[in-house]
Design a protein around this ligand. Structure first.
Ligand code: PLP
Length: 492
């Protein structure tokens, strides 16, 4: 009977057929098996083979069988023996490299990114490595064995307590840990909320226009219709939202009242009240994305809507801009009425590793997170000012009037500029930038949403120079995504 064995010592899987009457000699079969593994690239150049004694024990053969097989493969050039390193797969292409997958090919073909100006990025070089290492070490020292099982679907209790205290202090949100759920970030929370709304019978939700492009994608993927509502200097046009709801019911509005993305304006006090009144009357939800509220440079932070209407507002935040999007770590504060239904949906969902949650709890509770934010506020303010100054100095167009806040600059291009050609030119020149077109549902003037956090001050001039060169060289072209106007142009 065939037996397939895994080498328990090295983790090497060899489909070894075991004893066979009258078949070729065992050492030849073993050599053929290892040769096939190398040719099919399951074993690759530099991989170490188990010592002959151990492999012999695992396979239930004599040690001689293994050493004969290894000798044979060494003679053929498949294996080499190094003193002190044992037997390893020899360098050199034993088989051709597999063709790159369709997903990888375009990425390879793209010119390298010199400056990543994606608006959602913090300064990746300023990730507080020693602070995070310290927090992780403390978390590891203190975590109980019982907490090292599967993560709590609602989030680690210690982090939920810390987030509740933190939000009460810095955003005046009066919540208790019970209403805090840990998420994989704002995008994942939106996904979860949309799935819940759809399952409860909702059909339509309002999304600010313009907004971050992935938001509309997530909403649509959950089977909900996006109702775009424009934004002006006072933020979301709440009157238009109320009118849209009269046409057909709207279950929720996804808004950024503190610092609208990408326009950079806060929602006015009057519209906040109107939005809360509408939500209360219509039994609808306001989903508040408080994504970069930490980075306000001129005066005190704009208050969170969740502090005004905790029964109607679902509040979302994450560490994607304060620490790193790679952590995939965020939170939502949910109204008491919604909490049981959302908590029930969580079983089986992708969760954040417990140790990362505990490290964040440590970082916040120790005050290190506050200190990091204070440092980054000064850092980002300088970077934002440097990019704005360089653009104003060298680049045709104008900055959108916005608060002195956040990690990006919205730069309106001259009206007859072909935005797509500028974005493509930037990519060729090694600048990753987001066009304003993809942020919009309705058409409007061309523009660029330029992240400034990941760009050192002394490089701002280079970026402005590339843009100026591109804009000087391009023939006039269509506006942005050039879709027909279906309502008031937004975000201008
Ligand atoms: C305004 C805004 N909110 C939320 C997100 C997503 O946040 P997270 O990384 O926490 O999923 C992004 C970026 O993708 C964004 O630009």
């Amino acid at each position: 009977m065939d037996i397939h064995q895994t080498n328990r010592v090295t983790g090497l899987f060899l489909p070894w057929p075991g004893h066979r009457e009258g078949a070729e000699a065992a050492h030849q079969r073993l050599a053929a098996l290892i040769r096939a593994q190398i040719n099919s690239r399951r074993l690759r150049s530099g991989d170490r083979l188990p010592p002959s004694r151990i492999l012999a024990e695992e396979l239930g053969v004599s040690r001689w069988v293994v050493t004969e097989a290894y000798d044979q493969l060494r003679a053929e050039g498949y294996l080499t023996a190094r003193v002190g390193s044992g037997t390893i797969v020899a360098p050199g292409p034993a088989a051709p490299e597999p063709a790159p997958s369709a997903d990888l090919e375009p990425a390879r073909a793209r010119p390298p990114v010199r400056f990543d100006l994606s608006p959602a990025l913090p300064d990746l070089g300023s990730f507080p490595r020693p602070l995070w290492r310290g927090a992780l070490t403390r978390a590891l020292a203190e975590v109980g064995d019982d907490e090292l099982g599967h993560p709590d679907p609602l989030g680690a209790p210690a982090l939920r307590r810390t987030v509740a205290t933190y939000l009460r202090r810095v955003r005046a949100i009066d919540t208790d840990p019970d209403r805090v759920l840990i998420t994989q970030g704002v995008g994942s929370a939106v996904n979860e909320l949309c799935a819940h709304l759809r399952a409860s019978g909702a059909r339509r939700v309002v999304v600010e226009d313009p907004s971050w492009p992935r938001l509309r994608e997530i909403v649509r993927r959950q089977g909900l219709d996006v109702v775009p509502v424009g934004v002006d200097d006072g933020g979301l046009l709440v009157d238009l939202l109320v009118a849209a709801d009269h046409e057909a019911p709207v279950a929720a509005v996804f808004a950024m009242p503190t610092h609208q993305f990408p326009t950079g304006v806060p929602l006015s006090a009057g519209r906040r009240r109107a939005l809360l009144d509408w939500a209360a009357q219509r039994d609808a939800w306001i989903v508040e994305d408080d994504y970069d509220a930490e980075f306000r440079y001129d005066r005190h932070p704009v208050g969170a809507m969740a502090s005004l209407g905790p029964e109607r507002v679902i509040y979302l935040g994450s560490v994607s801009k304060t620490l790193s999007p790679s952590l995939h770590l965020g939170w939502m504060v949910v109204p008491a009425m919604l909490r049981p239904a959302l908590a029930d949906r969580r079983a089986g969902m992708p969760l954040v590793p417990t140790l990362d949650q505990l490290a964040l709890a440590e970082l916040v509770a120790s005050g290190a997170y506050d200190r990091h934010l204070r440092r980054m506020r000064r850092h980002y303010r300088r970077r934002r000012e440097a990019l704005l100054a360089a653009l104003v100095h060298a680049t045709p167009g104008r900055a959108a009037p916005s608060m002195d806040a956040g990690l990006h600059v919205l730069w309106h291009l001259p009206p007859d500029t072909n935005e797509e050609a500028v974005v493509a030119g930037c990519r060729r020149a090694g600048l990753a930038v987001l066009g304003l077109g993809p942020c919009r549902v309705r058409s409007g003037g061309p523009g660029l949403v330029l992240g400034c956090a990941n760009l050192p001050e002394h490089r701002a001039g280079d970026v402005a120079g590339v843009l100026a060169g591109l804009l000087g060289a391009l023939p006039p072209g269509p506006h942005g995504s050039a879709r027909p106007a279906a309502g008031p142009a937004s975000g201008e």
